[in-house]
Design a protein around this ligand. Structure first.
Ligand SMILES: Cc1cc2nc3c(=O)[nH]c(=O)nc-3n(C[C@H](O)[C@H](O)[C@H](O)COP(=O)(O)OP(=O)(O)OC[C@H]3O[C@@H](n4cnc5c(N)ncnc54)[C@H](O)[C@@H]3O)c2cc1C
Length: 345
């Protein structure tokens, strides 16, 4: 039996980490607080680069092909197709169900408990759970999302930046998709993301400052509000934030932070899952080599472009240039193409 890895958080990144760990000969055990279908506020766009990582893990969730991104502002529109393969819009619940099923097939143990604390010494770790027995292991992967309990327990949560904090909301509507692009609308101080997730359901996410309202943002964009006029909601409204959120380091001793738990800039590029799965793979490689301290370097390498591009786009979206983003993109299609091609990787 390989080293035991306690994975705190059974969201997509925790499940991916468990599957990578199992394939690497480690012994993962997932501890997830919620006894639910795994739903969460997310735009649910799997960028093309996510798909090979999922296939590598034996997962091919049903959804709706995404051919590219279409940015729209008033009468302006700039479209860019993903250069090689499509991405996929997939309901979060469908993705998590497929990943859980694969974890079960691999015989990975899953415990339902909220992690409240942890201790570590040179020989191993102990995870403290509310209403369940402690879990002993050799390592911990903290995959418990934004504002991670594991990061907080380690004293690794950085002070919030002074930059404006953003929030996200999402809801689904029961109607056939009208497009195979991710549509992004700049609507006042918020962005609206429309993602088809199956043949009968369209997801809508909004990102913006505190107090954003999904219905009001939709109402600001006539070409979207007319598509949803009289259409029933297919899910309840969910919210997430605030972001950015940052940890000082992605590793302390035998504990590694993976996915949103290690830091999250913004959802503006829709890349959280691709970069989270890449971190999961690197964290497992670091443990497999017996060198957890190599993880921060690996983490920086696989997240660098995401952090730089996302920060840049958030700064632009929060500046007076916001109103000019789509006109600028249409005036400089090559620059815009570079950004979208980058998202496609
Ligand atoms: C509005 C919005 C739109 C987005 N759109 C996209 C998109 O289109 N494409 C994309 O790739 N990404 C998108 N993202 C980002 C993406 O949702 C995240 O990056 C992704 O969910 C991170 O996965 P995770 O597993 O790290 O964290 P999470 O999905 O948050 O999972 C964390 C898990 O840990 C569990 N947990 C938490 N605390 C504890 C505890 N103490 N004990 C045990 N378990 C615990 C939680 O219950 C949860 O199941 C979006 C995000 C937002 C907010």
């Amino acid at each position: 039996m390989g080293p035991r890895v306690a994975i705190v958080g059974g969201g997509p990144v925790g499940l991916a980490a468990a599957l990578f760990a199992s394939r690497a000969g480690l012994t993962p055990i997932i501890i997830e607080a919620k006894d639910s279908d795994g739903d969460k506020a997310c735009g649910e766009g799997l960028m093309p680069g996510v798909m090979p990582l999922l296939y590598e893990l034996g997962i091919d969730p049903p959804g709706h092909d995404l051919l590219g991104v279409s940015y729209r502002q008033g009468a302006r529109q700039v479209d860019h197709l993903f250069p090689d393969a499509p991405g996929r819009g997939v309901r979060r619940t469908v993705l998590v169900e497929a990943m859980r099923a694969e974890a079960d097939r691999q015989g990975i143990k899953r415990i339902h408990a909220r992690v409240t604390g942890l201790t570590q010494d040179s020989s191993g770790v102990r995870v403290h759970c509310a209403s369940a027995e402690d879990v002993e292991a050799d390592y911990i992967l903290g995959c418990d999302g934004l504002h991670s309990t594991v990061a907080r327990q380690l004293g690794l949560v950085a002070q919030p930046s002074r930059r404006a904090r953003r929030y996200g909301l999402r809801q689904h509507f029961q109607r056939a998709p009208w497009d195979s692009m991710i549509e992004v609308y700049y609507a006042g101080d918020a962005e609206l993301y429309i993602t088809p997730v199956d043949d009968e359901t369209v997801g809508v996410a909004v990102l913006g400052p505190k107090g954003i309202n999904l219905a009001k943002t939709i109402a600001r964009v006539p070409e979207v509000s007319e598509k949803f006029n009289g259409v029933p909601a297919a899910s309840s409204l969910r919210g997430a934030g605030p972001f950015p959120y940052r940890a000082h380091s992605a590793q302390l001793g035998r504990v590694l932070l993976v996915g949103d738990a290690a830091g999250y800039v913004d959802a503006i590029t829709g890349e959280g899952l691709r970069v989270g799965f890449a971190q999961a793979r690197e964290a497992v490689a670091a443990l497999q080599s017996g060198q957890p301290a190599s993880y921060p370097r690996r983490w920086r390498k696989v997240t660098r472009e995401f952090r730089i591009l996302t920060r840049g786009l958030v700064v632009l979206a929060s500046s007076p240039l916001r109103e000019s983003i789509v006109p600028l993109a249409s005036a400089a299609p090559r620059v815009f193409g570079v950004v979208v091609n980058r998202l496609a990787r």
